[in-house]
Design a protein around this ligand. Structure first.
Ligand code: CA
Length: 516
């Protein structure tokens, strides 16, 4: 189902721009810079919001928020995997520039795959501009080092989780977080002053506990958690709806009960899921309800945070941004999770609310994760402070007026190997097509092309019938991205006549082996 996307006419936008400019100028004398609240659940696909009218999921908070927000319906995670996506958000750079080309796990520590202390993140800029910053939840930007932290998801030879020491927190002075830890019913946290061995466990569903903490931070009774005289930026990075230790079953029953009476056929309305006899048929049938229940839980807890903001009288001077680090296939295209170029894996929620400044509407802007950093800083009045190394583009003008230069595509990448990151998959997504090329395990460049307008569920790879479109997308869109982002794929990818080396077939490729 396609959404009707209203756009501002030029004249309307021009008047709006003048009005906004005048209002901003008048207010800037007396008003401080806005607060920022980012709510950032893990693995929540864009389709899983009720108002999108795709997945039959129950999300009253997001449905209501969509009516007062700018909703970007084409937001994607360019590298739809946890740490690479989070690092792009923090640095405004693509993976080959910020060096987070793989998940931050112990095997990657040797390659120094983690968020570097020397990066200047948006949070560093805000700290230097006088903000108070708080981080709650999942961080996943430190490489685990030996001896591994003694916790349940770290083992003798392999570790996921690591403490983030204060000097690596990029300006966040309030800290209630962990690296990665998928026990939703008993999450763990390091608080601001805790040492590496001083984490604690909590017997409560993660999003409930983190919403409580976020509400405390917003309320800030007696100025205990932040300097009340300064603007603040708070990130609440919930772990659900990511799967936990047993698929998606770690979710409070009251959220599962919301879906009483729904059969799996009611819930799985996307025709790209094989319901019988497929690799993930049983998984999809059994777990989709739980995934949606987790989404409903995140939605309700997000609603509590918004209520606290409102009660504190902070709505008008706080930018609220809701997004995720990547999506989730849940069996779509015979795929379990993320990493891949399919819509369910790449597309992320993106709602931004700033009353009186950003007009509520839907927009099909092709925003990429690294664009968020410069866009936010410019919106907040710090456009001059964006470091030169940031690769994302600011879309602040489009956010505020509907007018501005629009990108023609979004870059996609995924690397399967630490030793040779030039391998893997690369591609682009336009407002019509997804093109992806896979060179993971062979010397051949296997190519997929989907027409997302006429085939929204990406059921037909049409690369072989459309070599001219393939060539055009490679030369006009993909090659410039490879060059701009310093991608080592270029070393093996002969830009001249590159399309001639493609293997165009008519089957879905890359359906095995890529899943994390
Ligand atoms: Ca993730």
């Amino acid at each position: 189902m396609r959404l009707k996307i209203p756009k501002l006419s030029f004249c309307t936008a021009g008047v709006t721009f003048l009005l906004i400019s005048a209002v901003s100028w008048n207010r800037s004398v007396t008003e401080s810079h806005p607060n920022l609240l980012i709510v950032y659940p893990d693995q929540m696909r864009a389709q899983a919001m009720g108002f999108m009218k795709q997945d039959p999921v129950i999300t009253p908070t997001l449905d209501a928020l969509s009516k007062s927000s700018l909703v970007l319906t084409n937001a994607v995670a360019n590298y739809p995997v946890c740490s690479p996506s989070r690092a792009m958000l923090m640095t405004g750079k693509y993976p080959f520039s910020n060096h987070v080309t793989y998940n931050c796990v112990s095997d990657a520590a040797h390659f120094e795959i983690e968020l570097k202390e020397s990066e200047r993140c948006w949070s560093d800029v805000l700290r230097d501009e006088g903000y108070e910053l708080g981080y709650i939840g999942k961080w996943h930007l430190d490489a685990p080092r030996r001896p591994f932290v003694k916790c349940r998801n770290n083992y003798t030879d392999f570790a996921w989780n690591e403490w983030c020491p204060p000097h690596r927190r990029h300006g966040f002075s309030f800290w209630y977080a962990y690296g990665t830890y998928d026990y939703h019913n008993q999450p763990m946290y390091w608080d601001t002053d805790a040492g590496r061995d001083d984490f604690h466990l909590v017997d409560e569903w993660g999003p409930v506990h983190e919403a409580d903490m976020a509400i405390r931070y917003i309320q800030n009774e007696n100025g205990m958690l932040r300097d009340p005289g300064k603007p603040f930026a708070l990130v609440v990075a919930m772990n659900p709806p990511h799967d936990g230790m047993k698929d998606y079953e770690e979710v409070p029953q009251n959220y599962v009960d919301l879906y009483d009476g729904f059969t799996y056929k009611d819930l799985i309305n996307r025709p790209n899921v094989v319901l019988e006899g497929g690799r993930y048929s049983g998984f999809a049938r059994e777990q989709t309800k739980n995934y949606f229940a987790m989404v409903s839980g995140v939605d309700e807890q997000f609603g509590r945070i918004l209520e606290a903001l409102s009660e504190k009288g902070l709505d008008s001077n706080t930018i609220v941004l809701f997004l995720s680090d990547h999506g989730n296939c849940m069996g779509n295209h015979e795929h379990h999770g993320k990493g891949i170029y399919y819509e369910e894996s790449m597309r992320i929620p993106f709602l931004i609310r700033w009353p009186g400044k950003i007009e509520a509407r839907f927009d099909d802007l092709l925003i990429s994760v690294p664009d968020i950093y410069p866009t936010l800083l410019e919106l907040m009045g710090f456009g001059e402070k964006i470091p030169a190394g940031v690769e994302g583009e600011s879309h602040a003008s489009i956010f505020l007026t509907g007018e501005g230069e629009r990108p023609s595509s979004q870059f996609y990448l995924w690397t399967p190997q630490l030793i040779n990151p030039a391998l893997g998959m690369r591609g682009i997504r336009t407002n019509r097509y997804t093109l992806a090329i896979d060179r993971s395990y062979t010397d051949r460049y296997n190519c997929c092309l989907y027409d997302n307008r006429n085939d929204p569920y990406q059921l037909n790879n049409i690369a072989s019938e459309n070599p001219d479109i393939v060539r055009q997308l490679i030369e006009q869109e993909m090659d410039p991205w490879l060059e701009k982002t310093g991608d080592p794929w270029s070393l093996t990818w002969p830009c001249e006549n590159s399309a001639d080396r493609l293997f165009l077939n008519d089957e879905n490729l890359s359906n095995t082996g890529y899943d994390y």
